[in-house]
Design a protein around this ligand. Structure first.
Ligand SMILES: NC(=O)c1ccc[n+]([C@@H]2O[C@H](COP(=O)([O-])OP(=O)(O)OC[C@H]3O[C@@H](n4cnc5c(N)ncnc54)[C@H](O)[C@@H]3O)[C@@H](O)[C@H]2O)c1
Length: 384
């Protein structure tokens, strides 16, 4: 396997600096470029503070802190990427700005340099189309915060060299990450199969079946999820979460399964983005007041409805070759901290139960969002 020792990172925002920390902790030399040098310096200062806190918590030593910081060098021009073996791009999520950057970058790096993008929602194949040699380009999708979240989705474009995914997977394992390989389809694995966790919770609220705290309570108490959907949307930010939903919806040619919620759109419009604005579905100015219902039948109904949609999407992703069974389950347990893999959960509840739950919803609503995956029916018919 070729060595990736010198890593270029473009964009020193929350993801870029996190990826820089991961690579430098693994002993790589990191060259960090941001078109705002002030942003890069600010991010590095923040990292210094984070590392100091890790010393207090006895997670790293002073020497390790110094090594991590010494390995990261802020550079003022892309020309400083002449000798890197791998570049990971983590700039603003904008197709044309990323494409322009890649055109410039390819003229600077060596012909052997591998180029990765941390995009969450853009097509890797489309981004790859700007390269003279697109075989060297691949999606390397970290989760936020990159140093803490083990999962990384490796996403080859249609044009990517066939061996590159495994090479990047091995590198990420050396970086102590848990890589999974995903097909270049909207949302890759996590941002696709996790959509019903948010959208069905919003739908249940819109139908006035339950309030935010009851829905959150159902998912945590009955389902064992660490956070409820509304707590999680407030944590991610309603602007970011809504933008991902819109992007996935458009990329699937407006499949109703992925339809965004008007409620979330309005929360975004009002600037009620969640924790970062101290107001979202909950008010963070005051101590968060959760007053959920304890009606067991209601809590169970909410949990089962959301779970059935999640499992259905995971089965569909498997059916359509988005990823292997193992990788789909790893992606949700390690990327979004679900208590169980969705396919394993489907086996446990039985796919027949999932199918019946969806068919009941379909019979009530006659909406395509409740359609069963053809593969789910097949699994159910086998008595699984
Ligand atoms: N934030 C997340 O939760 C998350 C998770 C996974 C992937 N991503 C993806 O990672 C990428 C970065 O996201 P982020 O949250 O770190 O963004 P961010 O806004 O925190 O940081 C982006 C950085 O890129 C810099 N930048 C913008 N245009 C540039 C250019 N042309 N050249 C060089 N630098 C430029 C900005 O100055 C900024 O410092 C996006 O593609 C996003 O979709 C984000």
């Amino acid at each position: 396997m070729r060595e990736f020792k010198n890593i270029g990172i473009i964009g020193a925002g929350s993801m870029g600096i996190g990826i820089a920390q991961v690579a430098s902790t693994a002993g790589c030399k990191v060259f960090l470029y941001d078109n705002s040098i002030d942003s890069a310096k600010k991010s590095l200062n923040n990292l210094e503070k984070i590392l100091s806190r890790l010393i207090v918590k006895q997670r790293i030593t002073e020497l390790q802190k110094q090594q991590i910081l010494q390995n990261i060098k802020i550079v003022s021009s892309l020309n400083d990427f002449k000798n890197v073996e791998l570049v990971i791009e983590a700039i603003i999520e904008d197709l044309s700005i990323k494409k322009e950057l890649f055109r410039k970058l390819e003229a600077i790096v060596t012909p052997n340099c591998i180029i990765g993008s941390n995009t969450s929602s853009l097509s890797i194949t489309d981004l790859g189309s700007v390269f003279k040699d697109p075989t060297r380009f691949i999606g390397i999708h970290f989760f936020n915060p990159a140093p803490l979240m083990p999962l990384v989705e490796v996403v080859p474009a249609l044009q990517t060299n066939k061996n590159l995914s495994l090479e990047i997977k091995k590198l990420l394992q050396q970086w102590k990450k848990l890589p999974v390989i995903a097909k270049d389809t909207p949302g890759f694995i996590v941002n696709r199969v996790a959509r019903p966790f948010y959208s069905e919770a919003l739908r249940i609220y819109e139908e006035q079946i339950a309030d935010f705290s009851t829905i959150d309570h159902a998912m945590k108490e009955v389902g064992g999820f660490k956070m409820g959907p509304f707590e999680l949307m407030d944590f991610i930010g309603n602007d970011v979460n809504y933008a991902v939903t819109v992007s996935v919806f458009k990329s699937f040619y407006y499949d109703p399964k992925y339809k965004p919620s008007l409620t979330q759109k309005q929360y975004k419009e009002a600037g009620w983005l969640g924790r970062k604005t101290l107001k979202g579905y909950y008010d963070y100015n005051n101590s968060v007041n959760h007053n959920p219902s304890n009606d067991d039948a209601l809590l169970n109904k909410i949990f089962e409805r959301i779970l059935a949609l999640l499992i259905n999407d995971a089965v569909d992703a498997l059916y359509l070759g988005v990823a292997s069974k193992e990788d789909i389950d790893l992606a949700v347990t390690k990327g979004v901290n679900y208590p169980k893999g969705l396919l394993a959960w489907g086996e446990e509840k039985t796919f027949n139960w999932v199918m019946n739950t969806l068919d009941d919803l379909y019979a009530t609503y006659h909406e395509d969002r409740y359609r069963c995956s053809a593969h789910l029916r097949k699994l159910a018919s086998k008595g699984l």
